[in-house]
Design a protein around this ligand. Structure first.
Ligand SMILES: Nc1ncnc2c1ncn2[C@@H]1O[C@H](COP(=O)(O)OP(=O)(O)OP(=O)(O)O)[C@@H](O)[C@H]1O
Ligand SMILES: O=C(O)c1ccc[n+]([C@@H]2O[C@H](COP(=O)([O-])O)[C@@H](O)[C@H]2O)c1
Length: 192
């Protein structure tokens, strides 16, 4: 059987415990062998003033997942045109790794926007989506699509926006970020 890899794309600005719990839950419950965190330099829908450099964001991802041998960080989008269109990256990855069975992992908040993504039908038909529930996600007609699989797991009301806001206001983010990520945030003076 081919290796099944869940691709978890994101800005990861910064990677937080919500992301880690999503990835770990999918490895444990969804017959996924590995999760690759694909750091996107620029989400086509998000214009963020507080977007840390992609090198710092991937350093934080690597620090956060260092002790999990089934989780990897990918900088594949760093060399691709910006903004980062997921369908283009997926096309590149299947060409490079024909032996891998890729699935796409998203949080439920992204499902209602998904029909606006570039070549979303190609993504849906070719890969399928594994969706982790998220509070306040807008309803989506894709919920019952045959290639959309919902993970049954607890919702987490945690976001990178909330964490950046805490850092800016000098509140502790202990337990929301791993200690290694906090060290990088402090050393690079991010989000202040
Ligand atoms: N708490 C969460 N529960 C479920 N999915 C999540 C959660 N946090 C992030 N995700 C998912 O992780 C992926 C990457 O998210 P992203 O890096 O934008 O984090 P975020 O917390 O949503 O960031 P921001 O607050 O800056 O928008 C997206 O698919 C998003 O839906
Ligand atoms: O390909 C698209 O059209 C598209 C539109 C919106 C978002 N995405 C990707 O979805 C991922 C999640 O984005 P984010 O910023 O919420 O972490 C990120 O990798 C984006 O590049 C992709």
């Amino acid at each position: 059987m081919s290796r099944r890899v869940g691709l978890f794309f994101g800005s990861f600005n910064p990677i937080h415990v919500g992301h880690l719990i999503v990835a770990n839950t999918i490895i444990e419950f969804e017959a996924i062998d590995e999760v690759w965190f694909v750091v996107s330099p620029q989400n086509p829908f998000k214009k963020q003033s507080a977007l840390a450099h992609e090198f710092d964001r991937i350093d934080m991802v690597e620090a956060a997942i260092a002790d999990h041998f089934k989780m990897k960080a990918s900088d594949v989008e760093f060399q691709m045109p910006k903004p980062s269109y997921t369908a283009d990256t997926l096309a590149y990855l299947i060409d490079k790794h024909p032996e891998i069975d890729f699935k796409l992992i998203i949080g439920e908040d992204n499902l209602s926007h998904f029909p606006k993504w570039k070549n979303h039908e190609f993504i849906l038909n070719q890969f399928g989506l594994i969706v982790y529930p998220r509070p306040n996600a807008k309803p989506s007609e894709l919920t019952k699509h045959e290639n959309v699989k919902f993970v049954k797991a607890p919702m987490m009301d945690i976001s990178a926006t909330f964490i950046r806001d805490n850092i800016k206001n000098e509140r502790s983010v202990k337990y929301l970020l791993t200690d290694g990520v906090i060290e990088i945030v402090n050393a690079k003076n991010l989000y202040r």
